[in-house]
Write a protein that binds this ligand. Structure first.
Ligand SMILES: [Zn+2]
Length: 146
C-alpha cells in the first residue's frame, strides 16, 4: 500500500508540511502563526483538486503536530477509500497541463487559446489547436515540461 510522505514547504516562512500520497499532494499540516497563546498551534487540511470536490475536503486544528498528524491520517483513510485511480490521475493531469503552460511561457510560445486562429506551436515543435492541447500535453509531456 502506498504510504503518506511529507516534505517541508520551503516557500512558506512558518513550518508547513506538504503531505503526499505517491506523487499526489493530498494535504498540509502547518504551524499557525500569530493568534492568542491558548489557540491551537497546528492546522491540517486533507483533500486535493481536481480528483475530489471541495465538499469532500476535511480540516482541523490541534495543539501538537502529532495530534494534527493523527487527525489528518484518520481523515485521509476515509477520503482515500472513496477515491479511484482516475481521481488521482485527474490531479496528475492538471499538474502536467499547468507545468506545460509555464514551460510554454518560458519558451516564448503562445497557447492556442492566445492566438486568433486557435492554432499554435508547442515548444516541442508540434502544431496544436485548442481541442487537441490537453491530448497532446498528456501524451507528449506527461510531466508537463519534459
Ligand atoms: Zn509538445
Amino acid at each position: 500500500m502506498t504510504e503518506l510522505r511529507r516534505r517541508r514547504d520551503d516557500t512558506r516562512p512558518e513550518e508547513c508540511w506538504l503531505i503526499y500520497y505517491g506523487d499526489v499532494l493530498v494535504g498540509t499540516i502547518a504551524a499557525r502563526t500569530g493568534g492568542p497563546r491558548d489557540e491551537a498551534k497546528w492546522d491540517w487540511k486533507c483533500g486535493f483538486y481536481p480528483g475530489t470536490e471541495p465538499g469532500d475536503h476535511r480540516s482541523g486544528s490541534a495543539d501538537t503536530f502529532q495530534v494534527a498528524r493523527t487527525a489528518f491520517e484518520a481523515a485521509w483513510e476515509i477520503l482515500r477509500d472513496s477515491r479511484t485511480e482516475a481521481d488521482f490521475q485527474a490531479w496528475r493531469n492538471e499538474q502536467a497541463i499547468t507545468t506545460w503552460k509555464y514551460a510554454m511561457w518560458e519558451a516564448g510560445a503562445k497557447l492556442p487559446t492566445q492566438t486568433t486562429s486557435g492554432v499554435s506551436g508547442c515548444f516541442c515543435g508540434v502544431t496544436i489547436d485548442i481541442a487537441g492541447t490537453d491530448r497532446h500535453v498528456l501524451a507528449a509531456h506527461p510531466f508537463g515540461a519534459d
